[in-house]
Design a protein around this ligand. Sequence first.
Ligand SMILES: *Cc1c(COP(=O)(O)O)cnc(C)c1O
Ligand code: SF4
Length: 391
Amino acid sequence: MAFSLDISKQQAGENWHDWKWHLKNRVETLEELSDIIELSAEEIAGIKKEGGRLRMAITPYFTSLLDPKNPHCPLRKQVVPRIEEHLSSSTNMEDPCGEVHDSPVPNLVHRYPDRVLLILTDMCISYCRYCTRKRIVGGNRRMISKENLDAIYDYISSHKEIRDVLISGGDPLVLSDETLNSVLSSLRAIRHVEILRIGTRAPVFLPQRITDPLLRVLKKFHPLMMSIHFSHPREITPEVKSACERLADAGIPLGSQTVLLRGINNGTRTIKSLVHQLLAIRVRPYYLYQCDLAMGTGHFRTSIAEGINIIEKLRGHTSGYAVPTYVIDAPGGGGKIPLGPSYLIGLAQGKAYLRNYEGNLYEYPEPIKASQLRLKIKREARDIAAPIPVK
Ligand SMILES: *Cc1c(COP(=O)(O)O)cnc(C)c1O
Ligand code: SF4
């Protein structure tokens, strides 16, 4: 029997709804994948050479969405290695966002004053070829050690300025409900931690992961938010819609994060369709990322002008809720820097010169200086309050 039959929806039967079955049956080899889709020479070469950089692993669910005939399928390009990954580029780096430098404890990044990024696992549900954390993900360790975790809790406990903990990729939702419950409880027990966040691709790669028991766990730790990594409107299937709706019904505010990727989603029409469909499934577009300089991702990069142009075509032209913030994570570690069209043309002689989304020009008078205002008020008050002269 051909391999493809085993992991097809019909053959899987009840297993199709079991997230653990999908993780166990991920497509990881050239033989398995070539049974299911017609691979191009670039893909075959990419898979053969992929060892050492970032492994391939694709859930049966996500595999079922790949176009078997078209190597340019935008979902296929996200998860199937290609030979381009091996073209070296001198600008690319192991740790493009300088996260190691900002790690006071391994697997904890404390870059911004009041929030931290916590990496619990080196495993993801499937591997995105453009991943910025290639240096970490793709391993088999699954969960960081208990000693490491204790050191992280100690660090957060002793830093009262940390009010926001973001647990992110490797994908925390590969962990069991019990493990997540334990980590979230420990973080909730730290008095100064106000909000918890989970960054995940589970609703996209494996909507089956969003089970009722998981929702019962997550609901206990509000305020808890979730950022979901989406790349393309075709990812929004009925299963994904239902997963997001159930998360939203559990009171979890949902945001999306999207990396702008050449040949996958770098067009205004694609991004516009994505953000509209996201709002329709109750996900608020949060960030649009410029592709980081991770090793082997040069072929995915777009120009900054292209990103700014996409935002220009959204802002004002569609619901403000649909417009993400376009950011570039500064190479070497400076954090996220927002980029976008400028609507302020100039500031001169007490006036701001502005343009709107249609290109029309407007002037806005700036307020007078506080010291001038105080003088003016004093004079006015004196004049009005002055005693009426008696004749
Ligand atoms: C993105 C990121 C955060 C969260 O940033 P927000 O703008 O608050 O979403 C925190 N820490 C690190 C290291 C990050 O990369
Ligand atoms: S889910 Fe995130 S961390 Fe995991 S491979 Fe994709 S981009 Fe990287």
